[in-house]
Design a protein. Structure first.
Length: 258
């Protein structure tokens, strides 16, 4: 275990240094969620007038959803770093080294989790500046950040697995968009599924992105339903662990194919 942790620390440090050397990428990943929040917040602000929506402001409803949307969208590009390593021959040298396969995956995902947490704090800051208010306090904020990190880890793992199996940037981008957009709109990120067609409400119950969004909103509310938040959080955790395990196994498929 100590070896795995040490290897994970080395790989995490490698990817964090690579991120810090790309200031343009950092600026884009921080500004993009701000644009989404302000754009959607203004575009759909009248939606709160619909019956059954509740007495909250739309910006307060939207902010946790944009946190999850940001984690989902940005993690979909995770696999591009693996493809770059494959093209440069770095991946083959890594797999031929004593570095544990789990550490290769975990280190990259921890780097992504750091970016996701920073993005979540930024979105919250913009939401608060725009008038959003939450009674859940510090606990609610921590639950929301944790849920966003789990979403980022789950779909970052999926992106890595796709990269290892396809080894093509174009295929990864296409699959990422094919998965992320439907999951975004089949969730409660922008609207309560009860106000959508019934089939959308049913689909949202099996959507990991909606699990994260519901858990965050419950934790941030004045009277949290901790049973619901815990149930959705556990489902999200189980999904994340499963996908992370499967993505690590994808290394074996990659090794057999080269």
């Amino acid at each position: 275990m100590s070896t795995v942790l040490a290897h994970t620390g080395f790989i995490t440090s490698r990817w964090l240094r690579a991120q810090f050397r790309s200031p343009a990428l950092i600026a884009f990943t921080l500004v993009q969620p701000a644009i989404w929040l302000l754009l959607f917040g203004q575009l759909f602000q009248g939606i709160v007038r619909l019956p059954g929506f509740g007495d909250t402001s739309y910006i307060a409803f939207l902010t946790p959803g944009i946190v999850m949307m940001t984690a989902l969208m940005s993690s979909g590009w995770n696999g591009t770093t693996f493809i770059t390593d494959m093209e440069r021959g770095v991946m083959d040298r890594m797999l031929a080294s004593p570095v544990r396969r789990g550490a290769l995956m975990a280190g990259q995902l921890l780097s992504n989790a750091t970016s996701t947490a920073i993005q979540a704090l930024l979105v919250f800051g913009i939401g608060l500046a725009a008038g959003a208010r939450y009674d859940g306090g510090v606990v609610g904020f921590l639950v929301t950040v944790a849920a966003s990190v789990l979403i980022g880890t789950a779909f970052g793992s999926l992106s890595n697995a796709v990269a290892l199996l396809t080894r093509q940037q174009e295929a990864l981008i296409g699959i990422s968009q094919f998965v992320s957009l439907p999951l975004t709109f089949l969730s409660s990120i922008m609207i309560d599924p009860k106000l959508a067609p019934h089939w959308v409400e049913v689909a949202a119950r099996f959507n990991p992105v909606d699990w994260a969004t519901v858990a965050a909103r419950e934790a941030l509310s004045a009277d949290p339903d901790w049973a619901s938040a815990g149930r959705h959080g556990l489902c999200l955790l189980a999904f994340t662990l499963l996908v992370a395990y499967l993505s690590t196994r994808a290394f074996r498929t990659y090794q057999r194919s080269v």
